[in-house]
Design a protein around this ligand. Sequence first.
Ligand code: ZN
Length: 501
Amino acid sequence: MSRTSVVQLGVALLLSGATCLAQAPGALEPRILPAAVKPGPAVMPYVKVPAGSVVLTHVRVIDGTGQPGQSDRSVVLAEGRIVQILDATAPLPADARVLDLSGRTVLPGIVGMHDHLFYIGRPDLDAAGTSEPPLMVPEMAFTAPRLYLANGVTTLRTTGSVEPDTDLNLKQQIDAGKIPGPHLDVTGPYLEGPGSPFVQMHELRDAEDTRRTVAFWADRGVTSFKAYMYITRAELKAAIDEAHRHGLKITGHLCAVTYREAAALGIDDLEHGFFVNTEFDPGKKPDVCTDSDGDDTLAAMDPQGDAAKSLIADLVSHHVAVTSTLPVFEQGVAGHAPLWPRAMAVLTPEAREAYLYLRNRTSSASAEQRARRAQTFQHGLALERAFVAAGGLLIAGPDPTGNGGVIPGFGDLREIELLVEAGFSPEQAVRIASLNGAIYLGLQSRIGSIAPGKDADLLVVKGDPSRTITDIENVELVFKDGVGYDPAALLRSVRGRYGEY
Ligand SMILES: [Zn+2]
């Protein structure tokens, strides 16, 4: 789960005192959402509806703002943008290709905010859940971008990289129309201190090493950063200051540093909802990660109690966003929803076996353990609701690592279902997974909701998720920059490969 996330770079960085120009806010827009180009020959097999004047008619629209859906609409697209949303009885542009999508719902493309491009390998995993060191996270450069796009994720943040150059090259090739995939906010390598089980991560030596690491990767072109579990306060401070100097945001999956400490230092976002705050873990020492990893703090925190209220008020007043990653925590709950057949089909046989071992192990935990996990999960759900109720910006992503039970794209849809389980309305859940992420990225004038003038980044699902949330799984068509992609073709191309490459 969360500690199964990842890592970094490895390397010998540079010591050149490279100077970097601080970027003006807004400078990220052309980098994350560059002008669209025509899909090239390797992408064309996945295109179902070429860009042009297109009308999606007789659809239900859930627009991403959190407002109730509107039925029987026409969504008019042209030149990669959304032009109009009309009543389906209104006259349509004469030259448009009209798709009658009765019985379907159109939603904004998902903005996935914890959407890794790797898998977690557990060498020699056995049925008892034991594997051998080192823990590795093989890069899924082929499968992950396709899995995201096939499931309606049109923009994502990688939220920690193990092969930052690969991720940057992938982004460039996707943007050039050479391979299919979403828009990427490439996060730099994990900023991690010594002690991590992940063998691919660079171990930060001190604050100065942290500053140089951030400067190096900012110059290479990453557009965000992520601090990790063993980073200290001094190193985190250096990372935050250097990232901000480059006009970039930084998030953290923290452990040695508590949520309040990170908020005071100026962090922009905290990963994993309220699941990894170590503030009240027994024996917590400054700058040292706990064994409990925040679990004890969450178990003890009454979501309606004073400690929760005070923490949430602190985060909101510091404008710290929180990223909900419920699918990865759901894996720890006995009897949780199994993977859908469509999702199982993309796993390698080894990944499927690992998933089934670990799923079985979760369900055969002691009654006491199962009860505690169920309870902490409920606390996590309730705290995310309380954070939003207090005015906090909740964003979302599945964290596809763990045991194979969380898969790129499929996990993003499962996250929306779990937000509904947490008590959000379907429309609010969609907003958390789309517009809120766009707001965090400063890209809300371009993406995140369905409105005239915005990019034609959309997904079309069969059914009505506002009545039956699981209808969100029925993705039939995904538009990115006005080009309609075929989920079935994308999924066929990665069948049996997730976990391999
Ligand atoms: Zn992660």
